[in-house]
Design a protein around this ligand. Structure first.
Ligand SMILES: *Cc1c(COP(=O)(O)O)cnc(C)c1O
Length: 388
């Protein structure tokens, strides 16, 4: 029953070879820039591409500042430290996310609290967040939000823009403000996605992008912290061993991290970022093709929430139940077309057995049973011609 889908995907990618879920596309200045780092010997912690990549990312996203790091997970870890998340505190996030969101929370010695996602975004629901807070939290006189059960501080809230689809940011900004929570956006999947015309990752105090090999653009491995000028200065300092500026002395004024992005990776990033608008256009064109394919089927294609432009990082289709999901995964993968289910809920993982959670994770459970991601790599033929 999945033969038409398999044929459709093969037709898009014009190949009889195995089709990956998301492979990178190198069609620009990648070789030239990477070669320049080798010729100059500046492949590591110093070099012009890191500064340029940060400046280009700030201007592309409209963020006051961008700080490059070695991967998105390290970026999230640093973002939470900048947000003030400390040992024995809580951070609220969605039950349906990639585990890296929660790993970063755990690195801080904090515990995640899991709430539900929205049906139209697959990301953290402001309604579910507010309902949980009203029932389980209160604000002390110092303005801090505390978990009623043990009086510990709930410091931050981390929504994640699943598969590039923006969450309801205006509402989340409001709820976080009301409750004294620092908003940190896990924008690892949403580079190129906007919410009411503004780039995701720029609504909270801090946002984090990822350039892992399977993301919309790649640096091999890499991440970017988006934030204010002041937080950016702090992030740069802490991610580069917290060394006091001096031409030869080695003096450090805090426990620092070696989270910096090497120049070699930033060179790749500069070349990839030049192509990002074309990649997003191609991914949106592929999403439109999937949408019309599924229009006459019993399966439903997941489309961007209203008011948003999504990068459609990974296309997603919703099966009628778990059995159908399993049949689709079986049929496509055995035909050499790589598809995969959405993540198991974080609430099921042994590390988070005892983490607080909403009683109702209705949407998270619903998506967990039904969502299948389809091949979503950029198809070069769908990249619009560059303007003259
Ligand atoms: C990819 C991803 C990350 C982590 O990025 P890395 O660069 O792979 O460390 C974090 N959160 C989400 C939701 C992701 O998809």
């Amino acid at each position: 029953m999945f033969d038409p889908l398999i044929a459709f995907i093969r037709d898009q990618y014009q190949t009889n070879d195995p089709i990956p879920l998301h492979a990178p596309t190198f069609g620009g200045n990648e070789r030239i820039y990477v070669d320049e780092t080798i010729t100059s010997t500046f492949v590591s912690s110093v070099g012009r591409f890191v500064d340029r990549f940060e400046a280009d990312m700030a201007s592309y996203t409209g963020s006051p500042r961008a700080v490059a790091v070695m991967n998105g997970t390290a970026g999230l870890h640093m973002a939470l430290m900048l947000a003030g998340v400390a040992r024995d505190e809580y951070v609220i996030t969605q039950a349906l996310t990639f585990v890296a969101t929660c790993n970063a929370i755990s690195y801080c010695g904090a515990t995640p609290i899991f709430v539900d996602v929205d049906h139209d975004t697959m990301g953290l629901s402001p309604t579910a967040l507010e309902a949980w807070l009203e029932q389980h939290a209160d604000q002390s006189d110092d303005g801090l939000c505390r978990y009623k059960a043990d009086g510990k501080v709930i410091r931050a809230c981390v929504p994640m823009h699943s598969f590039g689809h923006p969450v309801h940011l205006h509402e989340l900004v409001r709820v976080c403000k009301t409750w004294g929570l620092v908003l940190v956006e896990d924008a690892a999947e949403s580079l190129g996605s906007t919410y009411h015309g503004q780039h995701t990752g720029t609504f909270g105090a801090i946002g984090v992008a990822s350039f892992n090999g399977n993301k919309t653009i790649t640096t091999g491995g890499g991440g970017m912290i988006l934030c204010s000028e002041a937080l950016g200065n702090r992030a740069k300092h802490l991610t580069t061993t917290a060394k006091k500026p001096h031409s030869f002395e080695y003096v450090h004024d805090a426990v620092g991290y070696n989270f910096r992005m090497p120049n070699l990776n930033a060179a790749l990033g500069c070349a990839q970022l030049e192509q990002l608008p074309g990649f997003v256009a191609a991914k949106r064109a592929l999403a439109a093709a999937y949408r019309s394919f599924f229009a006459d089927s019993s399966l439903s294609f997941f489309s961007e929430p209203s008011g948003c432009e999504s990068n459609y990082w990974l296309n997603a289709v919703i099966c009628s139940d778990r059995a159908e999901r399993d049949r689709m995964l079986e049929a496509t993968n055995s035909a050499g077309i790589m598809t995969r289910p959405i993540w198991a809920l974080m609430t099921r993982l042994p590390m988070y057995d005892t983490a607080p959670r909403s009683d109702e994770l209705t949407q998270s459970n619903w998506f967990e049973d039904r969502v299948v991601n389809l091949p979503s790599s950029v198809i070069p033929g769908l990249i619009p011609d560059k303007a003259p």
